[in-house]
Design a protein around this ligand. Structure first.
Ligand code: ADP
Length: 485
């Protein structure tokens, strides 16, 4: 079974969020199931050194305005196909945004090219390798089935690979003026509501959902939520029409990268048998974030993009409650300027109790998981969420909003679950500041009862958060599709 993954991010090379973690982890697990996965990824500057170790296996003299090559390379356990198109991807700074913080104006060309090249690999193969299935991840890969469909419209006798569209976050849809269709070589015949058109625009994700054979998203609850106007963000009608082809497969985490026993980013590694050692990591966090220490109340952390999706404005409102309980907060994040300013001010208003580092720091994110007592994820919507899974693995108990994958992965410390020793965290709803404050109170109360807290930590650290089960589900899906060719 040969599968082509197509995505715009991949850990550990280039990452802005959970998508990268997933793309960096799943192929390795699928290999163990006998699936040959290749990952097609843009050759951004962060991949320069990897690129130089690779072998050029295909060339395009003119790919939307410049020459391009496909470079095959094996690195970090992944078989990668790098799309080396300097005019599209060799740029400093953010992969999606220019220096002014707005989308690169040619993002349609950049990710249109990624999708187009993927379709060519699907149709022609590459060095004798041809995918049975292409798994397109998020809007950046959404045009793949459109290019495949177009090829089939031109020649009905060709066979095309099956296509799976995976939605990691429906908030990002890749909408562009319809006029770019011709520049992207897309036929007018596809510009209608059952294909690539979305309210008069070209919709990359819309195209992927409308034209793929199957659609997946990253948790069962989010799959159900997407069918509602509240969560579907305009695509719920189309998803309802295709609900027989939609499924939710829960994300897992890379158990090698996220392992408290071997994590090089921790001051001290630890296991379920040496939980006391976490205290040294906690002390390092307190020092780094300028926090006073208080063994009688929890140290909460946040590792997040700062956007309204993540509900962190609710946390800002709730900080007096958290601080009033003697608890502390260490926040690492970046994003919306008003949230950055809000948390920076909070750190000034609550010195010693609230510590804030604005920025993106992979190593520090590991330390926060390895030394905090609890991680706050009060998201308004959360397709799956990974930081709560890292929290579970590291014994940093998640305090989460009841939505999407958060609801699917955290077992609330209600009286039944506490009694049956299944509880792994705190789940609150409805999602508002009042209920978040209640959840923080509950966390503080549980923390005060150390035997109970410790029991929850141990339960969490043994909870299965790896990829095994979900990789089997992806494998089954690919097999069913390949068999139906
Ligand atoms: P999303 O993809 O919506 O941002 P997820 O929880 O699925 O949310 O994944 C976020 C990933 O990005 C996690 O691996 C998290 O640790 C990481 N992350 C988010 N913000 C930061 C940051 N400021 N520094 C380091 N890692 C971060």
């Amino acid at each position: 079974m040969d599968v082509l993954f197509v995505a715009s991010e991949c850990a550990p090379f280039v990452k802005t969020g959970g998508l990268a973690d997933v793309i960096g982890a799943v192929p390795k697990v699928l290999e163990q199931h006998g699936v040959d996965v290749r990952v097609l990824l843009p050759a951004y500057p962060a991949l320069k050194s990897v690129l130089s170790d690779g072998k050029v296996i295909d060339e395009y003299p003119d790919l939307f305005g410049g020459p391009a090559r496909i470079v095959s390379v094996h690195a970090e356990g992944l078989n990668m196909l790098l799309l080396d198109a300097p005019h599209l991807f060799d740029r400093p700074g953010s992969i999606y945004l220019n220096a002014d913080g707005v989308d690169w104006p040619d993002n349609h060309f950049r990710y249109g090219a990624l999708s187009f090249v993927a379709s060519r690999i699907g149709l022609d193969g590459l060095n004798g390798w041809k995918p049975d299935v292409i798994n397109a991840h998020d809007w950046q890969a959404g045009l793949i089935p459109a290019y495949l469909k177009q090829a089939q419209m031109a020649d009905a006798s060709i066979t095309v690979p099956r296509c799976v569209m995976t939605i990691h976050n429906i908030a990002f849809q890749g909408l562009f003026d319809w006029s770019v269709c011709s520049e992207l070589g897309l036929s007018n015949e596809l510009f209608h509501a059952e294909a690539i058109e979305y309210y008069g625009k070209l919709g990359f994700l819309k195209a992927g959902i409308a034209l793929s054979d199957k659609i997946t998203t990253v948790s069962p609850t989010y799959a159900r939520e997407l069918l509602t106007p509240e969560f579907g963000m305009g695509l719920d009608g189309l998803l309802r029409a295709r609900q027989d082809d939609l499924s939710g497969i829960l994300n897992g985490i890379d158990l090698d990268v996220w392992n408290p026993q071997t994590d090089p980013n921790l001051v001290v590694p630890y296991s379920t048998r040496s939980l006391k050692r976490r205290q040294k990591n906690r002390a390092a966090i307190e020092q780094r974030f300028g926090l006073t220490s208080n063994p009688t109340a929890p140290l909460f952390c946040v590792v997040s993009r700062l956007t309204s999706q993540k509900g962190l404005d609710l946390l800002l409102e709730t900080l007096p409650v958290l601080v009033g309980r003697g608890a502390r907060l260490a926040l690492l994040g970046s994003g919306d300027k008003d949230l950055e300013a809000g948390f920076t001010k909070a750190a000034r208003d609550f010195p010693g109790s609230v510590g804030v580092i604005i920025g993106y720091d992979e190593k520090l994110s590991h330390l926060l998981q390895g030394g905090s007592d609890a991680i706050l994820v009060p998201s308004r919507f959360e397709p799956c969420g990974l930081t709560q899974l890292y929290g579970v693995r590291y014994g940093t108990l998640p305090v989460v909003a009841k939505t999407g994958g958060l609801a699917d992965t955290v077992v609330d410390a209600d009286s039944v679950n506490l009694k049956s020793k299944r509880a792994t965290g705190i789940v609150f709803s409805p999602i508002n500041a009042e209920q978040l404050a209640n959840a923080i109170h509950r966390a503080c109360d549980l923390f005060a009862d150390q035997p109970v807290w410790k029991r929850m930590v141990l339960t969490a650290m043994k909870y299965p958060v790896g990829w095994d089960r979900s990789a089997s589900l992806y494998h089954d899906l690919y097999k069913d599709l390949a068999d139906s060719k």
